[in-house]
Design a protein around this ligand. Sequence first.
Ligand SMILES: Cc1cc2nc3c(=O)[nH]c(=O)nc-3n(C[C@H](O)[C@H](O)[C@H](O)COP(=O)(O)OP(=O)(O)OC[C@H]3O[C@@H](n4cnc5c(N)ncnc54)[C@H](O)[C@@H]3O)c2cc1C
Length: 393
Amino acid sequence: MAWDALNEEQREIRDLVRTLARERIAPRAAEIDESHEFPWDVVELFREHEIFGLFFDEEWGGSGTGTLLALVAIEEVSKVCATSGLLLAVQELGSLGLKLAGTQEQKERYLPRLASGEWLAAYALTEAGSGSDSAAMRTIARLEGDEYVLNGSKRFITNAGVANVYTVFAKTDPEAGHSGISAFLVESEAPGFSVTRLEPKLGISGSTTGELAFDDCRIPAAYLLGEEGEGFKLAMRILDRSRPGVGAQALGIAQGATDYALEYAKTRETMGKPIVEHQLIAAKLADMETMTEAARGLLYRFGQMCDDGVDGAELTKASAMAKLLCGDVAMQVATEAVQILGGYGYIKEYPVERMLRDAKITQIYEGTQEVQRLVIAREMARESRAFLLAGVC
Ligand SMILES: Cc1cc2nc3c(=O)[nH]c(=O)nc-3n(C[C@H](O)[C@H](O)[C@H](O)COP(=O)(O)OP(=O)(O)OC[C@H]3O[C@@H](n4cnc5c(N)ncnc54)[C@H](O)[C@@H]3O)c2cc1C
């Protein structure tokens, strides 16, 4: 048996997800991309097979099988359909605030529904005027009696219009900068809440990306998530743990593109032999395989660190590195896959053009690649490697 980073139990679950992905999702991927329709049938498939549960502890009805396996599940699904992989990644993104800062009552209300997939979740940080600079947000929340009243809007929110609960960040003290931000749970039925627009986009076409409006939106004060003023810190802690989900989506795209290009190169002949035997094509495939495996190394390392209870600066840096490398590799590998297929790579009959379009978003959302580099460099600047300098003096 080939060497595997996963133990026997993890391999069994990965194989189940892999089979579902290949047999049930792969045949739908082109259609989901073409129709731009949210794939409720894939949500139903995940519900039936308890795939959402891979992201939750047993106490909430999940499998309790940990972060590494959860990332592997996103990777397996994204190999065949990045929109479907995103369904899993966003369920985690939208649930992490509850897991990290939820009260017992909040957890009891939401986590079992999210673990079963009965409810879908979303995470709403970005606004039209604040993406990378999220602290510049303008949405405000005011406490009135036993309710918070939210006013403002959010832009580019994944699962807009399909999520039942949104983790929303808003300013409770607009003068206090980062420490004036708080987090809230807003249900889709909350009065004053609406989805005002959905964006057509380059890739991940089946996923909804939309604008949320809060117009005197009233929610119970008990739906404050964590402490007032702690929202920015919570938003960053969530992203530390969720970004590798985007990395897993990217890794799946890279592996799917490599696998497809390899099989194509074995059968397509030019100048009397399969193109895989032309050294320039063989070199591309070798680079694609090596980059993808290197990205997997960083991503799985992050998963293992999480499962070993690592937290703080070390986790922040590992998360950013995994997301950065996986996203960049996905983009490079998908581009080369299109090249290997030549003209066929550019047309919709073959999946690599979809993979190329899907890969691009992994360099943008949950912190752009530039932001990941800033995070990594910031953590490096805090580390001391003075022993090396001492050695050369
Ligand atoms: C399909 C899609 C889904 C999304 N889903 C969600 C979601 O579910 N929830 C959510 O909250 N947001 C979501 N987003 C928003 C996404 O996270 C932001 O678009 C992203 O963080 C970048 O913000 P921006 O678009 O405002 O770009 P800007 O912040 O305006 O950045 C523009 C460019 O400048 C660069 N840049 C910015 N600041 C610096 C700096 N200090 N140094 C160097 N370069 C810099 C950026 O890297 C980028 O290249 C989604 C976006 C898309 C497109």
